[in-house]
Design a protein around this ligand. Structure first.
Ligand code: 3PG
Length: 211
């Protein structure tokens, strides 16, 4: 888990990806790598997600490929078998968190309240996702949580864009931010990898500027 947090801290911004065609995984991974953005969260919301993750993790091993929207231990197991380096869930999901701890797999569960943060701390976690970040208070919420939970690191996700990512990355309790703006579904569907590359390069610049 320590390595996972350090890696995500260095990268700063994690593209949240919804992928419909597994064959897009390799060119997309290569695009992110070319742009210098070495992380990806493949959300398990599509039929193609597990295969796409497997392809991206094996074909572009330089990337820190995570599985997102993991709602069950079975999906966590599938994702890890495919090469996922970390498991991310939208909520504080006890079954998923415990499966990951038992199997020594880094897990970043979503939290929206102090009680959920405390539950994760009791499980021994020191990084969680704030989700949906903008809806549950965003930067103000993270500032408030820094008081009682000084050791907890967050990966806010949900409603983050190039316009507000700097405010998040400037906070000492933010390890990294997640966001879907880097890989818009339309660009992926139309194979516009050059446009994705431009957005990924911009994200790399933003991460560097605010770190
Ligand atoms: C999600 O689960 O869809 C992520 O939180 C991404 O949110 P975003 O689309 O607001 O970046």
């Amino acid at each position: 888990m320590v390595n996972c947090i350090e890696t995500l801290k260095q990268i700063g911004i994690v593209p949240v990806i919804q992928i419909e065609r597994a064959e897009d995984a390799k060119p997309l991974g290569e695009t992110l790598k070319k742009a210098g953005l070495f992380a990806a969260e493949i959300t398990f919301r599509t039929e193609a997600a597990a295969e796409a993750l497997r392809i991206m993790a094996s074909e572009v091993p330089e990337l820190f490929v995570c599985a997102g929207t993991i709602l069950t231990p079975e999906d966590a197991e599938r994702a890890v078998a495919g090469g996922a380096k970390a498991i991310i869930s939208p909520g504080t999901n006890p079954a998923v968190v415990r499966w990951c701890i038992e199997h020594d797999v880094p897990v970043i569960p979503g939290c929206a309240t102090p009680s959920e943060v405390e539950w994760c701390m009791r499980e021994g976690l020191n990084m969680v996702k704030l989700f949906p970040a903008e809806v549950v208070g965003g930067v103000s919420m993270l500032r408030a949580l820094a008081g009682p939970y000084a050791s907890m690191q967050f990966m806010p996700t949900g409603g983050i864009s190039p316009d507000n990512v700097g405010a998040y990355l400037s906070l000492s309790n933010v390890a990294a931010c997640g966001g879907s703006w880097i890989v818009p579904k339309a660009f992926l569907q139309e194979g516009q990898f050059d446009k994705v590359e431009a957005l990924a390069r911009e994200a790399v610049c933003l991460a560097k500027r605010y770190r």
